[in-house]
Ligand binder design. Structure first.
Ligand code: PBG
Length: 330
């Protein structure tokens, strides 16, 4: 039987497969999300995220040194804020001596080459667990934008390289950009969570920071008035184009794996770098299956991250960054 075209010819051995490989995953693709808490020389495991810890600033710095030497050269920072510092204004977020600011300075000092990307949103600082200020029972878009700008300027002052607003307020990229420019932070980039969906896959993250919306009849019970509806995809393009127009430097799609259709579509629409967040729930699912012996942990990690890149990601925020770096360096 003559079959002129046989795809198997280019799969006959590892070297030939490597020659025709379209997507190559490297440690340069990773951004490691990191949870920080007050105190000294302590770390606490996060139950729903095996292998992930909340650490005090000193241990966070050590972790950053280790990550950097493994080739992971970007970190995304999240703070566990004590309850007594939370209120409805989020003012602790722009305290120049706050935990986030202290952490940024400490990492910059010890690992100057590390790209530091603090999260910008009010939820860890909000007594209500919302990403914005509550006015008359609603998340107040424009008041929140002002708070996010103060937070961004304070983080830039501390040494942040990239401001990463994850709050999904309308118009905040332009407002934050203006604030950064007016304060002389012309080189601080904005990575905007442009298409962030209201997703059940954020559960483990919210328990890590105690940042879930609080049970309270007077406030919205979920984040659906600002995060996107997962039934929609054209709307993602609209969100992305608006953030590009407002001056975003990098565009984020979130979550990752169940949303790769969105990533592919956005990839075809814009030429700016795209970041994809392989979120806490995706990590938890993989770990749970691996711990049960139902999935090969290492292979599943490399495959899922490669597929996220194949869909169009230029960088991937992933809790598996360190593990994947160790695997890729072998
Ligand atoms: C909050 C924020 C969330 C995540 C990153 N920033 C949670 C949320 O929107 O409720 C989720 C990250 C993850 O699940 O890994 N602004």
């Amino acid at each position: 039987m003559i079959i002129y075209s046989r795809n198997r010819r280019l799969r006959t051995n590892a070297a030939i497969r490597a020659l025709v490989q379209e997507t190559v995953l490297t440690t340069n693709d990773f951004v490691m999300p990191i949870f920080v808490m007050e105190g000294q020389n302590r770390q606490e495991p996060i139950a729903s995220m095996p292998g992930i810890f909340r650490r005090t600033v000193d241990l966070t710095v050590k972790e950053c040194q280790e990550l950097f030497s493994l080739g992971v050269k970007a970190v995304n920072l999240y703070m566990k804020v004590s309850e007594d510092l939370k209120d409805n204004t989020g003012k602790e977020s722009w305290n120049d001596n706050g935990l986030m600011q202290t952490t940024i300075k400490a990492i910059k000092d010890a690992v100057p080459g590390m790209v530091i990307m603090p999260d910008v949103a009010l939820d860890p600082y909000s007594m209500y667990g919302h990403d914005g200020i509550i006015t008359k029972g609603k998340v107040d878009n424009d008041a929140t934008n002002e708070a996010l700008t103060k937070m961004s300027v304070s983080l830039a002052k501390a040494g942040a390289d990239v401001i990463a607003p994850s709050d999904m307020m309308d118009g905040r990229v332009a407002v934050i950009r203006t604030g950064l420019e007016e304060n002389g932070f012309t080189d601080v980039a904005i990575l905007s969570y442009a298409a962030k969906y209201a997703s059940s896959f954020y559960g483990p993250f919210r328990s890590a920071l105690d940042s879930a919306p609080k049970e309270n009849e007077d406030i919205p019970k979920d984040k659906k008035t600002y995060q996107m509806d997962f039934h929609n995809s054209r709307e993602a393009i609209d969100e992305v184009l608006k953030d590009v127009d407002e001056g975003a430097d990098i565009i984020m799609i979130k979550p990752g794996m169940p949303y790769l259709d969105i990533v592919a579509k956005v990839r075809q629409t814009i030429d700016l770098p795209i970041a994809v967040f392989n979120v806490s729930g995706e990590y938890a699912m993989l770990k749970a299956a691996a711990q049960n012996g139902w999935l090969d942990n290492d292979k599943a990690i490399i495959e899922s991250l490669t597929c996220i890149k194949r869909a169009g990601a230029d960088m991937i925020f992933t809790y598996a960054a360190k593990e994947a770096a160790i695997l890729l360096n072998q």
